[in-house]
Design a binder for this molecule. Sequence first.
Ligand code: 4AD
Ligand code: MG
Length: 458
Amino acid sequence: MKHIDVKKLFANTAAYVGTDVTVCGWVRTARDSKSVAFIELNDGTCLRNLQLVFDREKFSDAQLGDVMVVGASLMVKGELIASERNGCEVNVRELTVFGSCPGDYPLQKKRHTLEFLRTIPHLRARTRYFESVFAVRDRLSFAIHNYFQSNGYKYVHAPIITASDCEGAGEMFRVTTHPWSTEHKSEEEYNAADFFGKRVGLSVSAQLEGEMAAMGLGKIYTFGPSFRAEHSNTTRHLSEFWHVEPEVAFAEIDDIIEIAEDFIKSIIRDVLENCPEEMDFFDQWVEKGLKDKLNHVLNSDFGRVTYTEAVEILQKSGKEFKYPVEWGCDLQTEHEKYLTDEYFKKPLFVVDYPKEIKSFYMKQNDDGKTVAATDLLVPGIGEIIGCSEREWDMDKLLDAMNARGMALESYREYLDTRKFGSVPHSGFGLGLDRIVMYLTGVQNIRDTLLFPRSVGSI
Ligand code: 4AD
Ligand code: MG
C-alpha cells in the first residue's frame, strides 16, 4: 500500500510540510481530550514517534475507540504540519484501522524490565530498546560486509551441517534423522545407517572450510550462524550465535592482528556515524559515557600483551581471583576483566597462548610451548575475537592432531591444503552478538538478537 516511512518525514521535513502524507504504524501512546486526540505512532523505520492529531469534531468516539489503545495498528492520511515540539505532525483527515489491541497486550507500560521482555521475545521489537538494538545489529552486519567487500575479500558460504569439528570435541549439536531404536549393535552401525551415513553435527565454526576457500581465493570471509552445545549459562554465551570469520592467505599473526584492529575500528566508526539516534539512546539509558568510550577506542591503539606477561600482571595484581592464575591456565572472565577493565582500560590483544589450551590448527611458535594465537579482549565483556596464524607445516600439524587423538581420516581434505601448495595464512572469528553488546552497552547477550537460544531455553 502506498505510504511513506516516518524516517523520511523526519529526515526531510521541509520537503513534506504542507503536503498530504500517508503513514502506517503502531500506537505507542494515545491521549484524548474534548477537542483533540493525539497518537504517538511508530512504524519501525526510526526510533522517533510521529504525532498524529485528530480533531474530535471530525472523529467520533466510535471511530477512535479502536485506535486510542497502545499497540493498535493503523494507516492515516493528512497534512504534514511543522511543529516546534515534535519537528512535524500529521493533521489526520482519513483513518484506516488495521487491528485494534486488547487490554492484555503486555507492553502497556512505558518501561519494562529486560527480564520481563525476555519472556515475550516475539513482541520485543516493538520497544525503543530493542528497536535500537536491532538497528545497530543491522547496521553492524552491513558495515561488516562493507569492510570486507571494499578490501577485496570474497564472501563464501560454508556448510552448516558438517562431519568435522573445528574447535575440539564435545561441543557439537548432533544432526540425525534416526528415530530412537535399540536395534543397532554399535555406535558405528547406528551412525552408518543414519541420513549421511556418518556422525554429523552443526558447525561450531566455518574456519576449516574458510581455510580451504582462502587457499584458492586468497582473501575470504564467512558470516553465518555457529552452534555450540556448551553448558555455559552465562550472559555472554549463546548456543546459536552469529560468527564472522575472515581467512587471509599470505598473512602471519602480526598481519592479521593489524587487520582485526582496522576492521573493528571501521565497523565501530560506521555504526557511530549511521545510527546516531540509537547510539544516543544507549548513551543516555544503557551505558553512560558509551559514545566517549567508543570514540576513545577509535583514536587510540589497542593494547598488546603476551599471555606470559598477562599472567605476571595478574599474579602481581594483589587481587583474590576465584580461579588462581598460573602459567598454563585458561584465562577466566574475571582475569580478562581485570586486564581490560582495570589494568589496560582498552581493547587488548593477548598473544602467544600455551599450546595445550588452544586448538590444533594454530601455528606453533619456536619456543615449543606457545602458539601464534590471540584473543581480542574488550572492557566489560572479555573475548570478542579468537584469532590465529594457522599451522601450515604438515608435519607439525599432524603432530598437534595426533597429540589430541584426532581422527585424521575426518580431516583428509583439510590436510590436503597443507599438502598441495601450503602457504602461511591467518584468520579470526568475531562473535557478532558480542560486539553488539560492546557497541550498545547491553549486558546480556540474550538481548542482542530476536530469539536467543541457550542451554535449557529455546
Ligand atoms: O574463539 P572461538 O571459539 O574461535 C573460533 O571458532 C575460530 N575457529 C575462529 C577463527 O579463527 N575463524 O570463537 C570466535 C568468537 C569468540 O571470540 C566469540 O566472540 C564468539 O566467537 N563466540 C561466541 N559468542 C557467543 N556465544 C558463544 N557460545 C560463543 N562462542 C564463541
Ligand atoms: Mg576463543
